[in-house]
Ligand binder design. Sequence first.
Ligand code: F6R
Ligand code: MG
Ligand code: MG
Length: 375
Amino acid sequence: MVKTTVSVIKADVGSVAGHTCPTQEMLEYARKKLSEARDSRIIISYYVYSVGDDIGLVMTHDKGEDNTQIHKLAWDVFKEITEKVSKPLKLYAAGQDLLKDAFSGTVKGMGPGVAELEFEERGSDPIVVFAADKTSPAAWNLILYRIFADPFNTAGLVIDPVLHDGFIFEVMDLRDGRIVRLKTPEETYDLLSLIGTINRYVISRIYRARDNEPAASASTTRLSYIAGKYVGKDDPVLIVRAQSGFPAIGEILSAFAIPHLVSGWMRGSHYGPLMPVSFKRKQNIISYFDGPPRVIAMGWQISNGMLVGVEGNEPVDLFEDPVWDYSRELATKIAFYMRSMGEVMPARVELEEMEYTTLPKVLEKLKERFITTLK
Ligand code: F6R
Ligand code: MG
Ligand code: MG
């Protein structure tokens, strides 16, 4: 049985009015390139989206994860958009996430974020792709816990015999790249003690415990570690499979109802609420204090390797429902509240997590003026 792979590869290669949003021309360029790739059978279907200043390529194919041809295609799309559109127009931060010059087999470690999921298609296979801006991969930690391990979010964990057997969480230590697998519900407390430490541990994949069927895959790139210094937000993506033995679409989306605080807002240095937004209503364009951090949700069926949406490959805009207006209002209130604290922690992130800081200079300037008080 041929397996289908969903590859989501994204990058910020420039935007208009600062870090607000890419141009239509950039998105069109990506669509043109992916349409050519589909015609020459490199991919089966595709969709191009944007959230904040990021462009994302959702591609389906039968070549498996980490495939050089697929990664090279995405790399070339971002490189060409940078050279042919962003730079000539002097767009802001043109080519920002392209950190290396020569492609060497994979886009991992080169700047773009990647989430991929290969699976054997069921009789009917719904998926959701989430894409966030102004935050880091750890933004998914609490969300994925709620979806796959919290019975107060996901009724199926209690009611559905298949979900009742639990899930296996793969957690990555971002500092050394090692992974550990933990099974819920048995190891729930161990899992929480790791994933609560958001600047170090992130959930990279989830499998259904009963049969090891892949359930979710997240991008875990940390641009800061690639470049050796902070160079931008990681703005993660996430693929989740739904229904018939996986959490229902409604259970998956419920995890976003109460916006939680994530890091990466304004200058990559602030905590803010993750606001679920509609991409159709153009709520994916950021404005308040370069945020607040936000997430879009795109729903498809996967059918014989194709993305099937509401009209062709156009995904369901899952946060368009007016129910999410309340979450957005709540997120706005939380955002205003957090901003009332200015540069005082915990509104501002820890020193090691900051994009840049003036503290060393301030300390240098004041070094002669510090007086020892302890003998
Ligand atoms: C970029 C971002 C922004 C920038 C800020 C300062 O994704 O989140 O908040 O960090 O606008 O940008 P520069 O330093 O480019 O002026
Ligand atoms: Mg940018
Ligand atoms: Mg971004």
